[in-house]
Design a protein around this ligand. Structure first.
Ligand code: NIG
Ligand code: FE
Length: 423
């Protein structure tokens, strides 16, 4: 395969540096460079240098004109619930009328509504819906997406969702990372008694996790650790079993109430602890002492109409690597637009633009255990790239809700191309 040269970029945002989660002041430098091009050979970044230099070194290269746009590492969306049936627009109005998210769940709506729906949706239909949604997500500049199951909550329905993710990974040029989230809720049929609840946890541990691991349908396991959902003890039991089966660990931690989720994530060395809007001081300290990435999801709090956001500045000051993701799901964050989440990162979480970009590239990769392969434009890294129709990286979170992505590449091959052209 001949080399590719990306030329005529106004800026190349390299995020170059260590292949691990960036902490503290490391997040302040996104490696923005002007007057350089990027050479790609065999799907990997070969060099970042002046275009004249690159033309000398790669005389036969095919050139891609970046049209004075901004080239970044492909965005990494490290937290989505992308496999579901119908949207839950009805709940948005219920919340506006004063019903809380958890109250809607107690009445059998929320996650339970999506569970009923997914169980009744056949695999072909679910696959078709998922493909369209992931293509839309890719159109905003994302090249790697973590996708969770979690609306099946029976062995067969969880496997159905995970098979849909595996099939989508074969069909789409995107990089997909599957996560098993059989512990997304206690299914209604297991909520009648303590014994029945225990039986569901046992089903996850003894049947679901071994089946998912044996079929190699997930890289990670996750649990919704929250007051009224899974306790810290249940979460630990499930994630210990997941680790025993070779799965990586993630945790929905301290999303709505402070229940010791961050402390649990740190103590089991989870790859990421996600949400954290209600994290305690002890939780921040526990994460700072380890290497778990804090994945913040500001779209969720915004969409739920909650006044609180995760204390991003305190995480950064404490030295916790921070990632940003969409939490794309039908209940609390129906957006596929990761650039919009960068906007919220800056305006709601008070991140600098560099911090927000690092959070959605290198640190998103670290939240998936992939920081040695993707997330930066540096020699040896995969050529996963996004080109935006802007002249300055600060415009990425600036044009909020807009889509400025012109094209993306995964392993040097086109992944998404806009038909809008450049301005
Ligand atoms: O991350 N918190 C748990 N899971 C999702 C919401 C899922 C839903 O409401 O369908 C979240 O916010
Ligand atoms: Fe989530």
């Amino acid at each position: 395969m001949s080399a590719l040269l990306f030329v005529n970029a106004e800026q190349v945002v390299t995020c170059a540096g260590a292949g691990r989660g960036r902490r503290g002041v490391e997040m302040a430098d996104a490696g923005v460079r002007s007057g350089v091009g990027v050479a790609v050979t065999s799907g990997a970044i070969a060099a970042v240098d002046s275009v004249a230099e690159l033309r000398g070194r790669f005389p036969d290269a095919r050139e891609i004109d970046c049209g004075r746009g901004v080239l970044t590492p492909g965005l990494v969306d490290s937290h989505t619930h992308g496999v579901f049936g119908r949207p839950r627009a009805d709940e948005q109005e219920m919340r506006a009328a004063g019903l809380d998210y958890m109250e809607i769940a107690r009445r059998g709506g929320g996650i339970h509504a999506s569970v009923r729906d997914l169980r009744a949706t056949d695999e072909e239909r679910l696959f078709a819906l998922t493909l369209v949604r992931l293509r839309r997500l890719a159109s905003y500049g994302t090249t790697t997406v973590e996708v969770k199951s979690g609306y099946g909550l029976t062995l067969d329905d969880e496997l159905k969702a995970l098979r849909v993710i595996a099939r989508a990974a074969r069909e789409l040029p995107l990089r997909l990372v599957p996560t098993f989230l059989g512990a997304h809720e206690i299914p209604l049929e297991h909520r009648e008694s303590a014994a029945s609840r225990r039986a569901y946890v046992e089903l996850i541990v003894n049947e679901m996790i071994p089946a998912v691991a044996a079929a190699r349908l997930a890289t990670f396991a996750d649990v919704f650790c929250e007051t009224g959902v899974y306790t810290v003890e249940e979460s630990r039991t499930i994630l210990d079993a997941a680790r025993g089966s070779g799965l990586g660990l993630k945790l929905h931690a301290d999303e709505l109430t402070s229940s010791g989720g961050a402390e649990l994530a740190a103590s089991i060395r989870a790859t990421s602890a996600d949400h954290l809007a209600a994290v305690s001081d002890a939780g921040i300290a526990a994460l700072a002492a380890g290497s778990t990435v804090a994945t913040l999801l500001p779209g969720t709090m915004l969409f739920l109409g909650k006044p609180k956001q995760a204390p991003a500045r305190r995480f950064i000051e404490a030295g916790v690597p921070v990632a940003l993701a969409t939490d794309f799901n039908p209940g609390t964050s129906p957006t596929q637009n990761l650039a919009l989440i960068l906007t919220l990162g800056v305006s709601q979480l008070r991140l600098s633009v560099s911090e927000a970009v690092v959070a959605a590239t290198v640190n998103g990769a670290a939240a998936l255990g992939l920081a040695g392969e993707i997330g930066q434009i540096a020699p040896g890294y995969s050529a996963d790239l996004a080109l935006f129709d802007i002249r300055d990286v600060r415009e990425l979170p600036y044009w909020y809700g807009d889509n400025r992505c012109v094209a993306t590449f995964v392993r040097g091959k086109p992944c998404y191309t806009s038909n809008l052209g450049v301005s």
